[in-house]
Design a protein around this ligand. Structure first.
Ligand SMILES: CC(C)(COP(=O)(O)OP(=O)(O)OC[C@H]1O[C@@H](n2cnc3c(N)ncnc32)[C@H](O)[C@@H]1OP(=O)(O)O)[C@@H](O)C(=O)NCCC(=O)NCCS
Length: 173
């Protein structure tokens, strides 16, 4: 399956696919802590901002160029001292999960971050009740360095934030 997957930089042509995957996560999961769906303009601004600052915004496509998943990284926090760190996200379409696509996207994001001489750390901020994402990050060498309990609510439920970090300063994968 993954041998037929192509990873490319996200463009306007991929925005609807990205939007659909993100909004599914908003409506159906705790992966993202908002109940407000994004609009096409939200996603367009997000993508343009990442590209304009030379951050990664990539999609995984099938042979018909359908978006099966996406990954991106951008600033962790916006004070200049944090410029060595990026926060990333990986989302796979619900119908394409469990087939290795998250692996492929994560590998590419890490490689791009390693190739970016500005960067020393990658940070994932994950719902502590999301074992698929936590396992995926462990598999790629991310280490849990923080658990912030009850920092958010979704659908009136308290949520805990697990912070996972990968040191990429050594430039090895
Ligand atoms: C997390 C997510 C990106 C994983 O993508 P995926 O394509 O389903 O994952 P893959 O099939 O490539 O599996 C990669 C690894 O993830 C982990 N994993 C994936 N699904 C898992 C599950 N249901 N339970 C436990 N671990 C799981 C495993 O470590 C797996 O490696 P392995 O196959 O060697 O065991 C995907 O489930 C997703 O998009 N979830 C909704 C959005 C989300 O939670 N994003 C992360 C926000 S921080």
């Amino acid at each position: 399956m993954t041998s037929k997957i192509q990873i490319v930089n996200a463009t306007e042509a991929h925005l609807q696919g990205i939007l659909d995957i993100f909004n599914y996560a908003v409506k159906e999961t705790f992966a993202v802590w908002t109940e407000r769906e994004d609009t096409m303009n939200d996603r367009r601004a997000w993508m343009h901002n990442l590209h304009a600052n030379n951050y990664a915004c990539i999609v995984a496509l099938d042979i018909q160029n359908k978006v099966l998943g996406y990954g991106a990284y951008g600033p962790f926090r916006n004070k200049s001292g944090y410029d060595i760190s990026v926060e990333h996200s990986v989302y796979v379409s619900p119908t394409a999960q469990g087939q290795g696509i998250g692996n492929v996207i994560m590998k590419e994001l890490i490689q791009r971050a390693i190739n970016d001489s500005r960067l020393e750390r990658m940070i994932a901020a994950i719902d502590a009740g999301n074992p698929a994402s936590i396992k995926l990050h462990e598999k790629f060498g991310f280490e849990t360095q923080g658990l912030l309990k009850g920092v958010a609510k979704k659908w009136n439920e308290d949520r805990d934030l697990q912070l996972m970090i990968k040191d990429i300063k050594s430039r090895s994968n």
